[in-house]
Design a protein around this ligand. Sequence first.
Ligand code: ATP
Ligand code: MG
Length: 168
Amino acid sequence: MVHIYTGNGKGKTTAALGLIARSLGRGKQVCLIQFMKKNFEYGEIQFYSQQKNLDIFQFGTDKLIEPNKPAAIDLEEAAAAYRKAKQVLKSQKYDLVVIDEINVAVSWGLLDLAKQLELMQLAGDAEVVMTGRYATDEAIEKADLVTEMREIKHYFSKGVKARKGIEF
Ligand code: ATP
Ligand code: MG
């Protein structure tokens, strides 16, 4: 089954991380692939990197990407993330594969939509979760489960910055 967690509200990546915990608790084999996040300074990575039965692959740089004006390195990293995702899905080694922020990568022109749709096609018996804002209608159409996190309120609008242990 293919899940998509999208929308402008907080909770997409953390929902996927929660599903990882649930699956690991059942002895499942899990893989987390992250687009645009080559950074171990995330609480979840600190925690999950200690877990057996979970493989983590991060791609991207620690610099901000300008939407629709990606640098060459951003395109290379997204291409590498796609190749890894394809290899991981084809291996059929994992019960759950989370591909974090792939919707944003497509929306910002780092990855062709056709490639995301191809990855969805490769899910087979695995549970595949694709997160990120701006999921396309085509990806939504193809998925088996789609949840939209809709912002009703976010403390960012009253000036609260990203906090350790809550946002990262
Ligand atoms: P989280 O990682 O907390 O589950 P997310 O995956 O839903 O959030 P993203 O769209 O990936 O959120 O956004 C990246 C960062 O922006 C995260 O630190 C997230 O907490 C924060 N964020 C999420 N939604 C909002 C919002 N509506 N306004 C401001 N910041 C947000
Ligand atoms: Mg996220």
